[in-house]
Ligand binder design. Structure first.
Ligand code: HEC
Ligand code: HEC
Length: 149
């Protein structure tokens, strides 16, 4: 009994000491910076969605391509999917858009489907429009060999 009490007390002392808490907080850095949680962060200029342009180079083969055009007001719900009005196999040629690839017709069991798989219906889960803002986190990632010239 006495031993358990001693061990418990030792643990509390360590947690409460500057050593215990200081170690964890020094390594974790929030993207919010030092901004307190009850202060709304200033979002970058909201009007600066990248306007329509050519496809953006991919960084790796399996990457969902970034959206090179404005998608404001494009509704995707159970009744309508604005993206498919241009990117479906039926409409892509006419819209001069890239048609969704065959992986978008495969469900989670790997079965090929006759129409867009439910897994790939909500396009903006994976494909994101772009804004011209400084990166939140710097990184030195280089495209894989298969994509570099
Ligand atoms: C009005 C027609 C239209 C609509 C609606 C539309 N797109 Fe596009 N999209 C295009 C065109 C045109 C391109 C550019 C094709 C090119 O220049 O090769 C494009 C390009 C893209 C690309 C880049 C493809 C690549 O190979 O890099 C993605 C991803 C994309 N759109 C996703 C979406 C998503 C997601 C939505 C819905 C939120 C959407 N699009 C709605 C016409 C449209
Ligand atoms: C679960 C993630 C996911 C969802 C949801 C999704 N995609 Fe994709 N998409 C990808 C990935 C990954 C790729 C690149 C590899 C590939 O072709 O599968 C891709 C590729 C594409 C391409 C380029 C095809 C090509 O041949 O180069 C277009 C266009 C596209 N998606 C449009 C859409 C549209 C429109 C929707 C909604 C109907 C959608 N995607 C939903 C992940 C997704």
């Amino acid at each position: 009994m006495k031993r358990i009490l001693l061990v418990t007390m030792a643990c509390f002392t360590l947690l409460g000491s500057p050593l215990g808490s200081g170690m964890a907080s020094a390594e974790v850095q929030s993207l919010r910076g030092a901004l307190p949680l009850d202060v709304e962060p200033q979002s970058p200029d909201v009007n600066k969605w990248q306007q329509d342009g050519p496809p953006i180079p991919r960084a790796y083969l399996q990457q969902p391509p970034l959206i090179p055009h404005n998608v404001e007001g494009y509704v995707i719900d159970t009744r309508q999917n604005k993206c498919l009005t241009c990117h479906s196999w039926a409409k892509a040629r006419e819209a001069h858009a890239t048609k969704i690839s065959l992986t978008h017709f495969r469900n989670r069991f790997g079965t090929e489907t006759a129409d867009v798989s439910p897994q790939r219906y909500f396009c903006t889960q994976c494909h994101v429009p772009q804004r011209d803002v400084p990166p939140l986190v710097q990184n030195e990632f280089k495209p894989v060999n298969a994509l570099s010239k």
